[in-house]
Write a protein that binds this ligand. Sequence first.
Ligand SMILES: Nc1ncnc2c1ncn2[C@@H]1O[C@H](COP(=O)(O)OP(=O)(O)OP(=O)(O)O)[C@@H](O)[C@H]1O
Length: 255
Amino acid sequence: MPYIELKNINKVFNPNSNREHHALKNISLVINKGDFITIIGGNGAGKSTLFNAISGVFPLDSGSISINDVEISATKEFERAKYISRVFQNPLDNTAPRMTVAENMALALNRGERRTLKFSKNKDNIALFENLLKNLNLGLEQKLNTEMGVLSGGQRQAIALLMATMKAPELILLDEHTAALDPKTQKKIMLLSEEKVKEKNLTALMITHNLQDALTYGNRMLLLHQGEIVRDFSEEEKKKLSVTDLYKIMVDLDE
Ligand SMILES: Nc1ncnc2c1ncn2[C@@H]1O[C@H](COP(=O)(O)OP(=O)(O)OP(=O)(O)O)[C@@H](O)[C@H]1O
């Protein structure tokens, strides 16, 4: 039984108008438990639309999505957020800027449960948050009571990753989550992502325009083009590829 299965997914934006766009064309994909799949493709290839389809941002035109054999295509976005985490490119989109670091982390701990913020800010949880932050080696354990909004983008993305993985989601979607960071911080956040995926045996999809990252991380790589998965590289195939090879494969698609 496949862990996650996308079957013949189609999404057309602005149908029957001159702006009609077939953004996802009959996409089928089997994702195994523990897969860390990098996703590449040119601008407009459909990568974010694929994540939106999986997260339930819009209903599918056709096709189905199942996790552990449970069909989720009709499930609302907020329901899916209980078992699908997403980290966006913009640090502002991942955390609540006016709430403190501890309050943000408490919200993540509460995901999918009916506990109040007060309940989860108890001493045990604060110790847990402190510990998680200490492991980042960014000195953030001193900032539990600091408003998230005053932290740097890299600090916020690191905390966003902790929040997204705190409850070990069935699936984590990393949506160009390092693209807005400086190169050194990008590397830190990528290593942290890899560490969390391994530590918690997570299943992850990661969109990136950084071809080296797409090759370095994960055990599988998809290439999207004009709404279709045109290549599905195994770990072995990925290892044999260079950035130049990959670039050429992508350029050839446009010719
Ligand atoms: N809500 C929407 N309404 C209309 N068109 C949309 C919508 N969302 C995406 N599209 C269109 O679908 C196509 C795929 O967009 P998508 O954002 O998925 O591409 P992408 O591969 O993530 O690109 P990028 O690398 O630039 O982020 C684009 O042509 C885009 O304009």
